[in-house]
Design a binder for this molecule. Structure first.
Ligand SMILES: CC(C)(COP(=O)(O)OP(=O)(O)OC[C@H]1O[C@@H](n2cnc3c(N)ncnc32)[C@H](O)[C@@H]1OP(=O)(O)O)[C@@H](O)C(=O)NCCC(=O)NCCS
Length: 182
């Protein structure tokens, strides 16, 4: 059952900008199809995580967006701001979550779980993509609980993976075999 304040279903877009075909645009003029509204909303989410966690700047995010295969999935809020974002890298046979973030005021309302489920459902429609991976700090118990609740399995530990020397836990989901438990 939907709660009254439940945000709309997540949206998503493939990050590399799509251009008009040569038949509809001259080679000199190309249409940037990702909307300015989406870019502004993404920027506000990035500014929020920078302030909270000192994680990637918007310039860092732009570098990731320029890579082929980057997917942005977001949870819209009731206004122009987004409640959460997933940045993922979709490769030839596997995908990886670069980052998942929910703005502080929208947390513990199921936003992250809905976005992850949406990502998994999108990937499951691509038969050639078999696995989803992600890394998380051993100390990030909230995120670890989230991934385990989605049926993801602990695959390995990357020793001293983070700049402060903390280990990373690598999670894996076999997209066409593992069953989501919730
Ligand atoms: C981790 C994060 C994405 C969770 O987002 P969220 O929208 O609050 O999570 P949800 O409400 O969808 O919760 C899903 C599950 O996550 C776990 N979880 C979320 N918040 C939790 C908390 N405060 N304490 C314990 N578990 C928590 C629970 O298993 C929860 O399931 P439950 O509600 O059935 O107990 C969010 O806290 C966040 O953005 N943190 C900062 C960025 C970050 O750490 N990203 C992960 C990097 S790998």
């Amino acid at each position: 059952m939907s709660l009254p304040d439940e945000p709309a279903q997540p949206g998503s877009f493939d990050a590399p900008s799509t251009v008009l075909s040569e038949s509809t645009a001259t080679p000199e003029v190309r249409l940037y199809q990702r909307s300015a509204i989406e870019v502004a909303a993404l920027r506000r989410v990035v500014d929020t995580w920078q302030t909270e966690l000192g994680f990637w700047s918007f310039d860092n995010v732009l570098q990731v967006l320029a890579r082929p295969g980057t997917l942005v999935l977001y949870a819209p809020g009731s206004g122009p701001d987004w409640e959460g974002v997933i940045l993922a890298d979709v490769g030839h046979d596997s995908a990886e979550v670069w980052y998942i973030y929910v703005v502080p005021e929208a947390r513990t309302r199921g936003v992250a779980r809905r976005m992850m489920r949406q990502l998994i459902a999108l990937l499951q429609k691509k038969p050639h993509i078999g696995r989803l991976f992600l890394e998380v700090r051993l100390s990030n118990l909230k995120a670890i609980a989230l991934y385990e609740s989605l049926g993801m399995r602990r695959q390995s530990v990357r020793k001293r993976y983070y700049a402060n020397g903390e280990d990373a836990l690598v999670f894996r989901l076999d997209l066409h075999q593992d069953v989501q438990r919730s």
